[in-house]
Design a protein around this ligand. Structure first.
Ligand code: PA5
Length: 443
């Protein structure tokens, strides 16, 4: 199970400061598990590992099997919480090179997460002459980026397979009853999966939003749920040994001392999109009311050679949280060489994982000496069970941390501002007045 080490933050935060935060964390925990705080209508994810609709899970597995049989590529159309979790899971468990690998499962390509014509052209090139299916994911069913991508790729899939053939290859993950996507899916006869009303996008990895792409890529989704359930047991327990409490307390105690940037790092490059997912989870949950820790990330050891200088010696507002693994999926041993021209024989016979671990320990001590508090989240191995544990742990800790901070961790009012301006500038009906105002400002 996940372990959070906070001892090391104690040189930056006193025992009494930490205890004061712990008492707020305890209250925040009660607010979360009793559903008495703001955003209480969006707590469906808290019990998901136990009460997930098993019939829908079977339907997801059946749909994944069909996609694996008739497609070389699955296009996943979605943005934000409707995209990052699935990408994070596939790259973390399979490989960042998943699509380049020889395999029996389809490539999984993500689109609809930007408005770049060049990106879309590249995806069209990648599906040329290859059978493909589409999983369009949008809880609201109205988000512009995925809606535009769906229009473009729906055109293509209908040209390729005819309307009826296309309908058999399109899977829509959306609201149970509302939204444009739901209406189109019903009219066209697409198979649909539900994003429950009480689960917001960034907390939806363990719904069809994340599960269908994961199952297509061959991830063991039952093991993901098993891991999540283990984390749920641990996170629900009250007390100072609860890893979610330790994490929420450490980061809030540091925030109160002026450490307003948290850098999440990992020594496994496959974790890169897990960090992207984490950034959305914490940034969108906590960054409001002019408060919140700014979530950033680094990929290690690579970024020690780009961001290392700043981390060691730049402005001191940073805390680091490092995710570590006791063992890799596969290790590799350094060979001995007779001439030892590169001077590396002192490492011969060692596994690369243990060298990576020493890099982590050395860096942690150096950064601490440089004035950067470090929190360690240690996990067993980068597998589906750990993935389920991490997803649930980070979500639960985020809820507790958000309430400790005094914000609603389950809304995202700030995301609307850019949309209003974009629609106004694009001339959408109903935005005429705003358009005039913005055009004047732009000159
Ligand atoms: O976490 C969130 O709520 C957001 O990131 C959404 O997931 C994102 O904006 C996409 O929304 P939708 O799924 O409605 O298209």
């Amino acid at each position: 199970m996940i372990k959070v080490t906070h001892e090391i933050t104690k040189s930056f935060v006193s025992e009494s400061e930490l205890n004061a935060v712990f008492s707020d964390v305890e209250k925040a925990h009660q607010t979360l598990v009793n559903g008495t705080g703001p955003g209480k209508d969006f707590l469906g994810w808290t019990t998901l590992p136990r009460d997930y609709d098993r019939d829908e899970l079977e339907r997801i597995k059946a749909a994944a099997a069909r996609i694996r049989k008739d497609s070389e590529v699955l296009l996943v159309i979605g943005i934000g919480g409707s995209y990052l979790g699935a990408r994070a899971a596939v790259e973390f468990i399979k490989s960042p090179f998943y699509n380049q690998q020889k395999k029996t499962t389809p490539d999984v390509l993500f689109v609809g997460n930007n408005l770049s014509p060049d990106y879309i052209h590249s995806i069209f090139e990648l599906i040329k002459d290859r059978d493909f299916s589409i999983n369009v994911i949008s809880k609201s069913g109205t988000t512009t980026e995925p809606a535009i991508a769906f229009r473009l790729f729906r055109d293509e899939i209908e040209k390729r397979y005819g309307a009826a053939g296309a309908a058999r290859r399109i899977y829509a993950t959306t609201d149970r009853s509302r939204g444009v996507l739901k209406q189109v899916a019903t009219a066209q006869g697409y198979e649909t999966f539900a994003v429950p009303d009480n689960i917001g996008g960034r907390y939806s990895v363990l719904t069809a939003v994340g599960l269908l792409p994961c199952a297509v890529a061959g991830l063991d989704v039952d093991m993901m749920f098993a891991g999540a359930e283990e984390a749920m047991d641990v996170c629900y327990k009250e007390g100072a040994s609860n890893p979610a409490w330790i994490y929420a307390a450490a980061r809030n105690a540091l925030y109160r001392k002026g450490y307003c940037i948290e850098v999440l790092g990992c020594y496994e490059p496959g974790f890169r999109f897990m960090s992207e997912w984490w950034k959305q989870l914490y940034g969108e949950s906590e960054g409001k009311d002019r408060k919140g820790i700014f979530p950033a990330s680094v990929e290690l050891t690579a970024d020690l050679h780009s961001m290392g200088q700043y981390l060691q010696d730049g402005e001191r507002k940073l805390m680091e949280t490092i995710v570590t693994f006791d063992r890799p999926m596969r290790d590799i041993t350094i060979p001995s060489q007779a001439e030892d021209g590169d001077g590396l024989n002192f490492l011969a016979g060692q596994g690369l994982h243990s060298i990576n671990t020493q890099a982590f320990k050395g860096t942690m001590l150096a950064h601490m000496d440089g004035g950067v508090p470090n929190i360690e989240i240690s996990c067993a191995a980068p597998d589906e069970r750990t993935l389920g544990q991490l997803v649930y742990f980070f979500e639960f800790a985020c809820g507790v941390s958000g309430y400790t901070l005094g914000v609603n961790p389950f809304d995202q009012p700030g995301v609307e501002a850019y949309k209003v301006n974009m629609f106004a500038l694009l001339g959408k009906k109903g935005y005429e007045e705003k358009r005039e105002e913005l055009l004047k400002r732009l000159g």
